[in-house]
Design a protein around this ligand. Sequence first.
Ligand SMILES: Cc1cc2nc3c(=O)[nH]c(=O)nc-3n(C[C@H](O)[C@H](O)[C@H](O)COP(=O)(O)OP(=O)(O)OC[C@H]3O[C@@H](n4cnc5c(N)ncnc54)[C@H](O)[C@@H]3O)c2cc1C
Ligand SMILES: Cc1cc2nc3c(=O)[nH]c(=O)nc-3n(C[C@H](O)[C@H](O)[C@H](O)COP(=O)(O)O)c2cc1C
Length: 763
Amino acid sequence: MRVNAPVRVVSIGGGPAGLFFSIVLKRVHPGADVVVHERNAPDDTFGWGVVFSDQTLGNIAAADPETFARIAESFVRWDAIDVHYRGRTIRAGGQGFAGIARKRLLRILQERAGELGVDVRFRSEVGVADIGAADVIVAADGANSAIRRAREAVFGTTLEGRRCRYIWLGCRQPFEAFTFAFERTDAGWFQIHAYQFDADTSTVIVECREETWRAAGLEAMSAADSIAYCERLFARYLGGHRLMSNAAHLRSPWISFVQVNNARWHSGNIVLLGDAAHTAHFSIGSGTKLALEDAIGLANALATHDLPPAAFAAYEAERRIEVLRLQNAARNSTEWFENVERYGALEPEQFVYSLLSRSQRLSHENLKLRDGDYVREMERWLAQRSGLAEPVPPMFLPFRLRELQLVNRVVVSPMAMYRCVDGTPDDFYLVHLGARAQGGAGLVFTEMTCVAPDARISPGCAGMYRDEHLAGWKRIVDFVHANTPAKIGLQLGHAGPKGSTQVGWESPDEPLATGNWPLIGPSPIPFGERNAVPREMTRADMDRVIEQFVRAARMGIVAGFDLLELHCAHGYLLSSFITPLTNKRTDAYGGSLANRLRFPLEVFGELRASWPDRLPMSVRISATDWVADGITPDDAVEIARAFTDAGADLIDVSAGQTSRRAQPVYGRMFQTPFSDKIRNELGIATMAVGNVTDADQVNGIIAAGRADLVAIGRPHLADPYFTLHAAAALGYDAQPWPLSYLPGRDQYLRLMRRAAEVAEIVR
Ligand SMILES: Cc1cc2nc3c(=O)[nH]c(=O)nc-3n(C[C@H](O)[C@H](O)[C@H](O)COP(=O)(O)OP(=O)(O)OC[C@H]3O[C@@H](n4cnc5c(N)ncnc54)[C@H](O)[C@@H]3O)c2cc1C
Ligand SMILES: Cc1cc2nc3c(=O)[nH]c(=O)nc-3n(C[C@H](O)[C@H](O)[C@H](O)COP(=O)(O)O)c2cc1C
């Protein structure tokens, strides 16, 4: 639709999306003939309050100042979040949200639409067939959109039911902060999300897992009885007020959240808007925000682009990214509330921090900006638990595994350098690992060090099977111990079906042009079309590989390594036994997960028996194959449990690289949720890894208890002094620098201070 083009636009649905769209369209294109059909009467809406962030209010103000002014007269603002958990109340401030009654919001939008000449028809339930000729039909008919349902294949709709039940209630209790309260019952955890939205009313959403809901008998209860149940359960937070329902028209007021997504948002002259196009879980309060911002996006696209499909394509392109970003955050948040049981063992301080940072959008520094006192108290609590008198940024908390004491939580992740000749680590490795140990990380890992020549990934890989290897590694370990506070871990592995491939900067995972060596694996399944077929291992092969691992570990003891990690991830030999994608054996080493774990556990058991008791062992696992029929995060919990029972002190939680069919979902800290799950479901120590790129993220992961250590790979290739630089940026003075480098540190700090001053002036 070009500006001033004569048009007929119809919205089916007069919720926040349809109404605000009609308002903004009339503003940018007053000549348009806009009709909104709403099946309900003006006042009969379900629900209580909705929340907006300051940013959303800004967007509304820019799109229609008049609507904003009326909303601003009606909303209730709050700044703090209160969390009630295990008899404690912890408050975090600086959260800045506004609440408004959904009824009031709709009334404002209805009136404003009427003033601008929109023809809003109430009690008018229509379908596309009833509309007749229209340039644009907006499907703003909500999460259950009948228009979308009738064309699911065209829109590529996916619906994903989630694991909780919730009920949306009102209450006269004036909550002074956004309130979360958690109560454990025999049936499981219940939580409320509550906030005030007008002078005398608050929204109270009660939520629990589906199975908890059933076990508590709520499924069989009448609406009135189930509301009475919630009143009793949460009485201490309700100040004697009743819980009120206005969803009497629903068969059951308890609903399950359904995640709606569509591969395409438009077809012909029909375009999806708001909840009809996508939903976002209420726990980040963003459904109405998205609906209103969609409305702005579509109206503007229609004013500035040609009629569909150009205008629709522009709208979809602009909105899809923002929606995806929010849905990702909302998904993390949804999962957090689905898994309260997992966090139920955390102390209140850490439980609350985990809750506040659940979407992975609010970082440690964000929280500090919002409420410095809250974060200081949290840091003080973490420090006390680590036996420190003064608070430190969480990444600088010490950590102990058996008799190994680490000075901080930063780890240089194992990374192959492909520079060895015949497996021997030379000067390159001394400088590489030495520099990273000087760079401040508490623990530095060798790359996957291979236990035999045919166990190597590539001809450039490091080994631990010849005397020269032992000498090479000992020289590096001695340097690290003599010159830095860092400790150094040895990662041992066998490439299995992913062996005999090119070095990292050539075509990794592809076979060598010449000089390939024979491969072994659990089953004769090649890693890819061009990779060699591995020979299925016999018992004799297994015994030989175990001996090779034990020999390498013994050499590791002589070299003086502080920790031994067994590589059971990324599709290499032990990983290829664990995943059902490559293990098709029919003997005791294939089939069930317990069987597939048998050989890796035999290797681990022999290593644990050879490795000194005082020193820890870790195991790196792939927590998911990112393939439908592969390892799942639930399997990963069982894998971690099995290794822990066998004596592992730390699970290093990586993911994927086990199949060329994998469809990983990348993003910031994208593997950390697996570490969180394993750590908190089993109560064991974990190391997170994967796209953790800055100190702020490390601080957040440690403070929230998502991991005990954080391994950082690629950022350490770009900056060996990652930790020293982080300490300087965070003003953490106790970080030791190599004495010879102190003048460099002082200048670095001066320059940082000056840059901060300049930034302050510019602001
Ligand atoms: C428990 C709960 C709490 C929530 N809390 C918040 C919150 O705090 N903040 C927030 O931003 N969001 C919240 N939401 C989400 C919010 O309600 C929705 O995301 C938002 O209302 C979406 O707006 P919409 O206009 O797309 O859809 P809806 O509000 O669902 O509107 C669709 C409209 O279309 C009408 N309709 C449907 N079919 C037809 C038809 N055939 N003909 C005519 N009319 C039709 C319906 O009657 C309805 O009025 C919450 C949701 C729930 C369930
Ligand atoms: C060059 C390179 C080599 C790697 N080699 C190994 C390895 O030998 N053993 C291992 O377990 N992981 C290896 N990895 C994976 C990293 O340890 C880490 O898990 C991954 O890079 C994700 O972390 P990042 O996002 O911080 O880089 C390697 C990664 C890179 C970039």
